[in-house]
Design a protein around this ligand. Structure first.
Ligand SMILES: Cc1cc2nc3c(=O)[nH]c(=O)nc-3n(C[C@H](O)[C@H](O)[C@H](O)COP(=O)(O)O)c2cc1C
Length: 245
């Protein structure tokens, strides 16, 4: 049985398209972006580390600069606002401390609870082990060895390299971007996710430190019919959805 909520959600999902031309004469309501971002930060994210940041590009001057970084794509050139989704590995210690603080409070209230003890150990030991990087590569070798040894007896995460850290952060940032795009559609606006950009120039424009990465740029605005370039086509459901028997 379909509930009203699920019907509303499927309407939004079906109505969202990547729109490449926006109405530049439309009086865009920038507060819609704030509301949508407030929903985006509720997206699931790895270990609640929230190694993400969302940079709003609103002024005409900055939008023009970012559109140039987005290789002059019309989805960027005609946008009323753009949001740059950024991953922030450099913040892992701060975000681990934020979580540790929370779980320690829970632990102080119930020191005998196994779950509370495990949560403290998770943010105190496991998370630093995963996110720590060093230029010699030694910590990676130690991690690989630890994972191998633990993995002999029980299921264990195998992906522990710097590249895997990036994958983890980008997954979470992309989920926030998706939540944002649906929220914008619910606000009556259109979006286009973009990965066609010069990340080096965007990082310079946003004055981002080393170790940060651009996940996606999402342009927003009131879409024009010509902004939808083609019919939406997807592979047959059976080709991509597999039921394990
Ligand atoms: C990670 C990602 C990067 C994308 N980059 C671009 C881009 O740089 N420029 C663009 O016009 N569309 C871009 N798109 C939009 C896709 O082309 C679009 O989602 C796809 O064709 C399906 O169409 P739909 O979103 O309308 O369903 C991107 C989409 C994703 C998910």
């Amino acid at each position: 049985m379909q509930t009203k909520t699920s019907t509303d959600f499927s309407t939004i999902v079906k109505a969202r398209r990547s729109v490449r031309v926006y109405d530049q004469n439309h009086a865009f309501d920038h507060s819609s972006v704030e509301r949508a971002l407030k929903l985006a930060i509720l997206a699931p994210n790895s270990s609640n580390m929230q190694l993400w940041e969302f940079h709003r590009i609103k002024t005409e001057e900055k939008r023009k600069e970012l559109a140039r970084c987005c290789l002059g794509q019309s989805a960027a050139r005609t946008a009323s606002e753009m949001v740059v989704f950024v991953t922030r590995h450099d913040k892992w210690k701060k975000r681990a401390a934020f979580n540790l603080d929370l779980v320690k409070k829970a632990y102080d209230n119930a020191p005998n609870e196994k779950k509370a003890r495990q949560a403290v150990s998770y943010y105190q030991k496991l998370i630093p082990m995963f996110y720590r990087r060093d230029w010699t590569g030694l910590s990676f070798l130690l991690k690989k060895l630890a994972v191998f040894l633990i993995g002999i007896k029980k299921p264990m995460i195998r992906e522990v390299s710097a590249a895997h850290q990036k994958v983890v952060m980008h997954k979470s940032a992309a989920l926030a971007a998706m939540t944002f795009m649906y929220a914008m559609k619910a606000e009556g606006y259109d979006t286009c996710p973009m990965e066609g950009f010069d990340s080096k120039r965007i990082k310079k424009m946003l004055k981002l430190p080393k170790g940060t990465e651009i996940n996606m740029v999402v342009s927003c605005g009131k879409g024009l019919p010509e902004g939808i370039y083609s019919e939406r086509v997807r592979l047959p459901f059976e080709e991509v959805v597999k039921e394990e028997k």
